[in-house]
Design a protein around this ligand. Structure first.
Ligand code: ZN
Length: 234
């Protein structure tokens, strides 16, 4: 995500499987994707994707590049990804398709140079998601919460589009529905509700989750000054 107080920088983990990332792994980068502090830890090779989008899109404060299995059939086939249900409307009306071969010929398919990052950011343009041929997707958001919402629901939309296609004709949202539903989904209430849920899932996965009123209930139940019982509880 973009640095919350310095728009000329962004924050990203060192190169590590995302599920393992800890707060100490987060580093600060300039928009040229150079680490602000000298470091010898391994960095993500594709961080230019993030830096170039922050350079070209001042309205974007969070970026997610991913290879979700539900999105990849669209990246491989070139079939257009479209919003097919209400929550998928956060895709936006247009999902551009970027092919590294157009600008660079044969490559590793990894977006690792500033030129490759800039080419991808141009393809994204003013949209919110760009598909990368034979590779994955890059999603943008105005906030981290919006980005998370869009990334999760566009991946689900992709799975649903494929499933619906197996049943027959797919009838996507039209432009007006996409705009109306997209804005409706991103109201503060629905985004906050989803954000709280995802946070709790993360806490549960890390074993740190407790119901908010757990301490209150425990206090009420504990009989005062009965040391043997409270010891057992502890
Ligand atoms: Zn990638």
């Amino acid at each position: 995500m973009r640095h919350p107080t310095d728009p000329g920088r962004y924050l990203m983990s060192r190169s590590r499987a995302p599920e393992l990332v800890q707060p100490d792994d987060i580093l600060e980068f300039t928009l040229d994707s150079q680490s602000v502090k000298p470091t010898d830890v391994r960095l993500y090779g594709e961080r230019v994707i993030h830096g170039t989008i922050y350079q070209t899109r001042p309205d974007v404060n969070a970026v997610c590049h991913h290879h979700a299995p539900s999105i990849l059939p669209f990246c491989i086939s070139g079939t257009e990804l479209k919003p097919v249900y209400h929550l998928g409307a956060t895709l936006g009306e247009k999902v551009p398709f970027w092919d590294a071969r157009d600008d660079f010929g044969d490559t590793t398919l990894i977006v690792a140079t500033p030129e490759e990052g800039a080419s991808l950011a141009r393809a994204l343009g003013a949209n919110w998601i760009v598909l990368m041929r034979r590779h994955g997707a890059t999603v943008a958001g105005r906030t981290l919460e919006e980005l998370t919402f869009r990334t999760i629901y566009t991946a689900r939309n992709a799975a649903l589009q494929i499933q619906a296609h197996t049943l027959g004709h797919v009838s996507p949202l039209n432009a007006a529905e996409t705009e109306l539903a997209g804005e409706y989904n991103l109201r503060p209430g629905p985004v906050a509700r989803a954000w709280e849920y995802w946070n709790v899932r993360l806490d549960k996965a890390e074993g740190t989750w407790r119901p908010k009123n757990a301490n209150l209930r425990a206090k009420k139940k504990s009989p005062p000054k009965r040391k043997t019982k409270s010891r057992r509880r502890g």
